[in-house]
Write a protein that binds this ligand. Structure first.
Ligand SMILES: Nc1ncnc2c1ncn2[C@@H]1O[C@H](COP(=O)(O)OP(=O)(O)OP(=O)(O)O)[C@@H](O)[C@H]1O
Ligand SMILES: [Mg+2]
Length: 381
C-alpha cells in the first residue's frame, strides 16, 4: 500500500508490479499519477489517521510504503506496534516529517556536521536565532517541502518578512521555523543509500540544481573527491542505521571544499534520483522495491553519465495537452521523457521529466535540458 501517489510513487508502482506485487495507491485526489498504474486505490487525506487505519484494515497490505512526508505518522507508529510493516520504519517517517526531529537527531545525537541552526516560534526567537547563526541565514517552516515558505535572509530588516512568509506557507498548525546558517557550498548532492538485510549500498552521487527550493535538473555521477564522498557515505550510514528498516533513502549533502555538510533526507526515493531511470541498471525505484521485498541487489552499476531536467507547468488549468514530444525524443540518441499524468496543472507544478544518457554529465545535461524545453503544455482552460 502506497501512501501518496505522485510521480515517484508511480515509478515505484511500476517497479513493484514488475516483481509481482499487488498495489493499492492512496492519495487525497482521484487519478493521481501512481493510481493510474496500481491495482486498486483509496482516496483520503494522508493526515487523517482514522482513514489511514481504515484503508490498512480493509486491504491488509504486507508493506505500507509512504511516498510523502505529510502523513499522520503517529498512526504509522500504532500500526507498526500492531504488527504492520511500515517502510522503512515508522520511526523513519516520524523523524523526517518535520525538519526539527531529523536535524536534532543528525546534529544533536549523532554529532554530524550540519549548518548552524536554531528553532524559533516567534519573531523575537527568529531574531535571536539569526544572532546565533549569523547572516545570511535561511528561514524554513519545520513542516514544509519543495522550498515552500523558505527564504534566505541577508540583512536583519528582512527577518520579519521571512518569519511571516514561513508561517503563511507552512503545513500544520504550530508556527515553528528552523533558522539555518547559509552554507556557501561548492555544490550539493543526493546520496541514494540503500539499507538491505545484507548491509548498506550506495548509488554514485547525484548532483542537482535547485530554484525556488525545487529541483530543476540533476545529473549522475556528480564529480567529487573520493575523500569527501567517503565522509558523506559514513554520515549517511549513521543516519539510516539509526532510522532503521529496509529501503532506499535520499540523503542530501552540501559540499564545501573537503567538507560534507548533512542537510536532510527522505526515507524513500528522491526526486533528484529520477535520473537513475536512465543512468543505472536498477533505478532508485527498483532498488527500493528490492530492498523492501528482501530480494538480492547486485552491485549498483552505472550505465553511463545521465541527467534529468524537469518539465513544469506555468499556470493553473484542468484541460491541457502536451506538445513537442517528437522533438524532445529527437534531442539525443539516448533520451527519454516521462509524463506523469497529473490531472491538473498549477504554476511551477512538475508535470514531467526529460532523461538523457551521454558520454559526459555535461553532455547529458545539455540534452536533457533541450528535451525538456521542447515539451510544451497547451492550455485549454
Ligand atoms: N542552509 C542552507 N544554505 C544554503 N542553501 C540552502 C540551505 N538550506 C537549503 N538550501 C537550498 O535550498 C534547497 C532546498 O532546501 P531543503 O532541501 O532544506 O528544502 P525542501 O523544501 O525540503 O526541499 P525538497 O523537498 O525539494 O528537498 C537546498 O537543496 C539548497 O539548494
Ligand atoms: Mg531538500
Amino acid at each position: 500500500m502506497l501512501l501518496g501517489s505522485g510521480e515517484l510513487g508511480r515509478e515505484f508502482v511500476i517497479s513493484a508490479k514488475r516483481l509481482g506485487a499487488w498495489v493499492v495507491a492512496c492519495d487525497s485526489y482521484e487519478g493521481a499519477p501512481a493510481m493510474q498504474m496500481a491495482d486498486a486505490f483509496e482516496i483520503f487525506s494522508m493526515l487523517d489517521g482514522e482513514a489511514l487505519r481504515a484503508a490498512v484494515e480493509k486491504h491488509r497490505p504486507d508493506f505500507v510504503v509512504p511516498e510523502v512526508e505529510a502523513i499522520r505518522t503517529e498512526m504509522l507508529a500504532e500500526l507498526e506496534c500492531e504488527g504492520h510493516c511500515i517502510v522503512p520504519s515508522a520511526r523513519a517517517a516520524q523523524m523526517t516529517m518535520n525538519r526539527d526531529a531529523i536535524r536534532s537527531l543528525a546534529a544533536g545525537q549523532l554529532g554530524l556536521r550540519t549548518s548552524r541552526y536554531r528553532f524559533a516560534e516567534s519573531l523575537e526567537e527568529v531574531r535571536a536565532a539569526a544572532e546565533h547563526t549569523g547572516l545570511p541565514c535561511v528561514v524554513k517552516p519545520v513542516m514544509s517541502s519543495s522550498g515552500k515558505g523558505q527564504s534566505t535572509v541577508r540583512s536583519k530588516d528582512e527577518l520579519d518578512a521571512a518569519w511571516h512568509y514561513a508561517v503563511d506557507n507552512m503545513r500544520g498548525d504550530q508556527a515553528r521555523v528552523i533558522v539555518e546558517e547559509f552554507i556557501d557550498f561548492d555544490y550539493e548532492i543526493t546520496l541514494l543509500t540503500v539499507r538491505t538485510r545484507e548491509g548498506i549500498l550506495f548509488c554514485p552521487p547525484i548532483g542537482h540544481r535547485q530554484e525556488r527550493g525545487d529541483y530543476q535538473e540533476s545529473w549522475q555521477p556528480a564529480p567529487m573527491s573520493a575523500a569527501v564522498l567517503a565522509k558523506a557515505r559514513e554520515m549517511a550510514t549513521q543516519v539510516v542505521d539509526d532510522l532503521g528498516g529496509y529501503g532506499l533513502f535520499g540523503v542530501e549533502f552540501f559540499i564545501a571544499g573537503e567538507e560534507a555538510i548533512f542537510s536532510e533526507l527522505s526515507p524513500r526515493p528522491h526526486d533528484t534520483g529520477m535520473v537513475t531511470l536512465v543512468s543505472q541498471d536498477l533505478s532508485e525505484f527498483d532498488l527500493h522495491a528490492r530492498a523492501i521485498l528482501g530480494l538480492p541487489i547486485p552491485e549498483i552499476a552505472l550505465r553511463g553519465s545521465g541527467a534529468s531536467a524537469v518539465i513544469l507547468a506555468d499556470r493553473e488549468a484542468e484541460s491541457f495537452a502536451y506538445e513537442g514530444l517528437a522533438e524532445a525524443l529527437a534531442a539525443g540518441d539516448r533520451v527519454d521523457v516521462r509524463i506523469f499524468g497529473k490531472p491538473v496543472t498549477r504554476k511551477n507544478r512538475r508535470m514531467g521529466v526529460a532523461l538523457a544518457a551521454a558520454e559526459s554529465t555535461d553532455e547529458a545535461r545539455a540534452i536533457a535540458a533541450r528535451a525538456a524545453g521542447a515539451v510544451s503544455i497547451t492550455y485549454r482552460s
